[in-house]
Design a protein. Structure first.
Ligand code: DGI
Ligand code: FE
Ligand code: FE
Ligand code: FE
Length: 187
């Protein structure tokens, strides 16, 4: 699918601010894919569709979790965690995008997980560092991502866990597993 057609399809699904975020994630992901020598056109499609399900009704997303037999524990962590896993299936059913690499990256873009592929990592971290983001610590992540993408993903997980704990929000196990894996890898 071409960029223009893909952007037109997601634009219908998103609010203007989220659409602008999506364009910035896409440009960030393309730059990382060039650097890390991945398929730029494929990364582009994954980035464009990464938040496809963001504004779907939570009850609708819940029904997809049940009918598609996604991990039921997703339902215990609040609706924010559903748009990745549900979006990865919606793009197949509604848009006809059936590609394991693209669907995996969209599935895990919010929580991350241990053992992410480079393709997964680029979508995960592009979402975190796109120029519109101002999370505490994001500058450090931007400064390491072109040298050490494992470190960048670990920092993003650590910062997210800190943020969630400060707000007494539940933390999905995949996010912890990414954090733990990074401690072992970066020693
Ligand atoms: O969809 P975006 O806003 O672009 O970004 P995202 O998909 O990374 O979602 C960010 C939201 O997800 C933010 O509100 C924090 C939340 N989040 C990230 N990891 C976890 C989490 N929420 C819970 N409950 N548990 C997590 O592990
Ligand atoms: Fe998202
Ligand atoms: Fe994210
Ligand atoms: Fe996003």
């Amino acid at each position: 699918m071409e960029r223009k057609q893909a952007l037109a399809l997601v634009k219908e699904q998103l609010r203007p601010k989220r659409y602008e975020h999506t364009v910035r994630v896409t440009d960030t992901a393309i730059s990382l894919a060039r650097h890390y020598k991945l398929d730029v056109k494929k990364i582009e499609i994954a980035a464009i569709f990464h938040d496809y399900a963001k504004y779907r009704n939570p009850n609708e997303m819940k029904r997809w979790v049940l009918s598609e037999k996604l991990p039921q524990d997703l339902l215990e962590y609040g609706p924010e965690l559903l748009h990745g896993p549900v979006g990865s299936i919606m793009i197949e059913k509604e848009v006809g995008i059936k590609d394991p690499e693209i669907q995996s990256a969209i599935y895990y873009h919010t929580t991350g997980k241990r053992n992410m592929s480079l393709f997964d990592q680029i979508i995960f971290i592009a979402d975190y560092i796109e120029p519109g983001r101002s999370f505490p610590g994001v500058e450090e992540v931007r400064s390491v991502v072109y040298h050490d993408i494992n470190k960048a993903c670990w920092l993003a997980a650590r910062n997210t866990i800190e943020f969630l704990m400060e707000h007494e929000q539940p933390i999905y196990p995949d996010t912890f597993q990414l954090y733990n894996e990074g401690l072992v890898k970066t020693g």
